[in-house]
Ligand binder design. Structure first.
Ligand SMILES: CC(C)(COP(=O)(O)OP(=O)(O)OC[C@H]1O[C@@H](n2cnc3c(N)ncnc32)[C@H](O)[C@@H]1OP(=O)(O)O)[C@@H](O)C(=O)NCCC(=O)NCCS
Length: 281
């Protein structure tokens, strides 16, 4: 157990060792989250990972800061071991992450779970828009044609992605595309990336200039998937939501995109039909 009688120490991690990796994966598993070792490695390489340990050195809370370009940073992976919640660990690791973002002179953005939103609101984070995670159960496939194994260069997707988010994140797209199980469907009007998470395929980002193109990309992204699927869709995308419902998806949970301060990234958010994931923005 963490000793809550003494001050909570938040540690900034270097590259995760095998033991640290195991501790981080345990946290994710305990909460039923979908992140993989590749996700943690990306946070560590391109951003900063913070943890709290218990008296035995086990990791019991985590947080990550991920810069997207020079102006903004995503705070994510604020996660506390279930049996240690409500003792100040989440607040401590979040305060540490927020201080890192402020020290770098960036605007802090995040996608909050309802539990997280209660905490972040206390620091002045304001809601931007709500996102719903839609989920479809695994199914038996007749004989769907698999996704093409031809993946584009991240550079070809980065411009639309930066335009949509209002910040560049070429490294993230390159990381997704370098993973062995990733697929990407494209058209002249947009693209969707499908990556394999710990428990589910995650579709996102799905970016397109209009609803019809997004619907087509989503259909092509989903068609070959047999396993559990997650897709995180802004609630404003009502047509996509009804397409998901018709395709057997159900709402699983919601996230609130939040920004600190009065200068949210100036993206063309109507291009965003599914976010990359709450941990990546
Ligand atoms: C959200 C989470 C990180 C908070 O960590 P924690 O260590 O339990 O929280 P703390 O003890 O530091 O409390 C911080 C604040 O969280 C808020 N809070 C968190 N969970 C809450 C709940 N279930 N009910 C009410 N308030 C809650 C409270 O506002 C609390 O503020 P207070 O101390 O003024 O009452 C933790 O509950 C958790 O890991 N949840 C599951 C994963 C998750 O949703 N993470 C957030 C991702 S955006």
């Amino acid at each position: 157990m963490a000793n809550t009688e003494t001050a909570i120490v938040v540690e900034t991690l270097g590259p995760p060792t095998a033991g640290v990796q195991q501790g981080l994966d345990t946290l994710v598993r305990q909460s039923g989250w979908n992140q993989t070792p590749q996700d943690w490695a990306f946070f560590s390489r391109e951003g900063t990972l913070c943890v709290v340990r218990d008296a035995q050195g086990n990791i019991v809370a985590s947080g990550a800061v991920l810069p997207h370009g020079p102006h903004i940073a995503w705070i994510s992976m604020i996660l506390v071991a279930p049996d240690l919640r409500g003792q100040g660990l989440g607040r401590a690791v979040f305060v540490h992450c927020l201080a890192l973002v402020k020290a770098a002179g960036r605007t802090a953005c995040l996608d909050a779970t309802p539990d997280g939103q209660r905490l972040y609101s206390q620091f002045g984070f304001a809601p931007v828009y709500r996102v719903t995670r839609w989920q479809r159960a695994a199914r038996v496939l007749a004989a769907a044609a698999p996704h093409s194994t031809q993946l584009p260069d991240a550079q070809r997707l980065a411009a639309l992605d930066a335009q949509a988010l209002g910040a560049p994140r070429h490294a993230l797209l390159a990381d997704f595309l370098a993973r062995p199980d990733t697929a990407c469907v494209r058209s002249a009007e947009g693209f969707a990336i499908v990556r394999r998470g710990r428990i589910a395929h995650q579709i996102g980002p799905l970016l397109a200039v209009d609803d019809a193109s997004a619907a087509d990309l989503m259909r092509r992204a989903i068609e070959p998937l047999a396993g559990l699927v997650f897709i995180d869709v802004p609630d404003e995308r009502v047509l996509l939501a009804s397409q998901l419902r018709d395709g057997g998806f159900t709402p699983q949970r919601s996230f609130m995109r939040m920004v600190l301060g009065d200068q949210p990234p100036r993206g063309q958010t109507h291009f965003i039909h599914a976010i990359a994931g709450p941990e990546f923005g």
